[in-house]
Design a protein around this ligand. Sequence first.
Ligand code: SF4
Length: 194
Amino acid sequence: MNLNVKEIFYSLQGEGGRQGEASIFIRLTGCNLRCNFCDTDFENGKDMTENEILDIIEDYPCRWIVWTGGEPSLQLTDDVLLYFKLQGYFQAIESNGHYKLSDILDYIVVSPKGNTDYAKKINPYVDEIRLTVAWKGMIPDIRSLPKAKMFFLSPVFTKYLTSTQANINYCVEYIKQHPKWRLSLQMHKLIGIE
Ligand code: SF4
């Protein structure tokens, strides 16, 4: 089976509950949404088989794959996940949660976008909710979201420092009032890695 792959790279997880862990990122092309704050290029990939992907990633001394995008669940099938599971990999996904996510996955991050009411109906239990906060007032009631082990607010980083700082300040104050949330900063951007 072919996957359309935008890029494969080896780095540290920059955000959320696995922050700082070495991970192999496989970015698949395509997304069902067009968020106005999106800073990810997920178009124009290359068709690759599972074997071709394995040839690249088996050189890395790491057994964690992070499937990302775009929206990786548009392409990921159970057959693909089983293939890499049988090769000894743990697999995480970073998804907007618009589609049912496979039980084969070892770690599920859902970042609901826009009106987040859909997320709980489709994936009631996940490992991590990571809510991208692009502007004030967009944080939903935590009870309306899927049940999760961890809930993170991730302020969008922009090149305009003042809006970034204001966004962080807003999240900090929100978490102080709603302590089930935690702050997730995009470490990879702060320390200048992929
Ligand atoms: S869901 Fe994620 S990848 Fe898709 S457009 Fe929105 S921010 Fe970008």
